[in-house]
Design a protein around this ligand. Structure first.
Ligand SMILES: Cc1cc2nc3c(=O)[nH]c(=O)nc-3n(C[C@H](O)[C@H](O)[C@H](O)COP(=O)(O)OP(=O)(O)OC[C@H]3O[C@@H](n4cnc5c(N)ncnc54)[C@H](O)[C@@H]3O)c2cc1C
Length: 291
């Protein structure tokens, strides 16, 4: 679980910081926004503490071992019950998407069922690719390399995404939650689920889970709907994480919300902001007679 979650989280954070920088336009690019430093400092986390591309293979290796057990009619060894559903793989792989309305995709069951199908199908495909290598007489290293890029790697990420969604859902339905918070968390759950599934759409068609355009159309519409429903909650959701100003260290992200006042103060108080730069003389046009 950890070997796939670390790559998922760090790759997502890397892309999110970049998305935030672009969302803030030129202001995001300012040194004082802190986003550039955040991006640079964070970047190494996809490499250290276990390089993502190496670490993630540990998860697919484990998943493939569970798949072999299922194929041999044995039970899976899944202490946290994350892949118990593999014992129903034969039935799961027969499922087809039959939804016709937005409500058919903007819910927990759709997301859960789609992920279970996707993980089973990717396991089947990764195993199939490894068998092809074996038949061709390729060595184990080559076989594993060739099964990685389009299969095992995606498999591990899908497994990590599913775990994140399953654990988050448990929180959503916990009795101790205030109902107003619950409704926002459920929307976040659906948005994250659909956003992740959208990246795997090709596979649902490749594997025959969907045939006409409705799955792709509904997932994309569902994302738009969740975004508009969450828009009024966006500031509260961001504030719920509430890193102190000292930690955020960003002139455009201060908790007082006075973006332009803070920017102006920062410019004005920057050392030398009101003085000529030392090179001013070099760019002043010289009179022709002195050339
Ligand atoms: C800022 C920073 C701080 C660090 N701090 C520490 C520290 O405190 N202690 C410490 O011990 N180490 C530290 N490291 C080292 C870090 O652990 C290694 O950089 C990391 O393990 C990757 O190894 P590498 O640099 O040799 O890259 P390589 O292993 O050469 O990787 C290069 C590329 O090849 C890919 N690759 C490599 N092997 C495979 C494979 N089998 N399959 C598919 N793709 C593969 C990688 O994904 C990567 O894209 C630090 C690194 C950085 C950047």
């Amino acid at each position: 679980m950890v070997s796939a979650t670390k790559p998922l989280v760090t790759w997502t954070c890397r892309d999110t910081i970049q998305e935030c920088r672009e969302a803030c336009g030129g202001h995001g690019y300012l040194k004082a926004s802190g986003l550039g430093d955040l991006r640079n400092n964070f970047d190494a986390s996809v490499t250290y503490e276990g390089d993502n591309n190496v670490l993630i293979q540990q998860t697919s290796n484990w998943l493939l071992r569970q798949w072999n057990k299922v194929r041999e009619g044995e039970g899976v060894a899944s202490p946290y019950n994350t892949v118990d559903f593999l014992s129903n793989a034969a039935d799961i792989l027969k499922k087809k998407f039959t939804g016709r309305d937005l409500q058919d995709v903007t819910n927990h069951s759709f997301i859960l069922n789609s992920y279970q199908w996707l993980i089973c199908w990717l396991l089947q495909e990764t195993h199939r690719r490894l068998c092809i290598s074996q038949e061709r007489g390729e060595d184990k290293f080559t076989a594993r390399n060739n099964a990685q890029v389009f299969r095992a790697r995606t498999l591990s990420l899908a497994y990590a995404e599913n775990n994140a969604l399953v654990y988050f859902w448990r929180r959503c339905v916990s009795q101790s939650l205030d109902s107003t918070i619950q409704s926002v968390l459920v929307k976040l759950h659906v948005l994250y689920g659909l956003w992740c599934l959208e990246k795997h759409l090709t596979l649902f068609y490749q594997g025959g889970y969907a045939t006409d355009s409705s799955l792709a159309d509904l997932v994309k519409e569902g994302i738009l709907q969740m975004c508009s429903q969450l828009k009024p909650e966006a500031v509260a959701v961001a504030d719920s994480l509430a890193p102190p100003d000292f930690v955020l260290n960003s002139v455009i992200g201060k908790s007082d919300g006075k973006l332009y006042d803070n920017l102006q103060a920062h410019f004005f108080h920057n050392s030398g902001a009101m003085q000529r730069p030392p090179w001013w003389n070099e760019i002043v046009p010289k009179p022709l007679s002195k050339l």
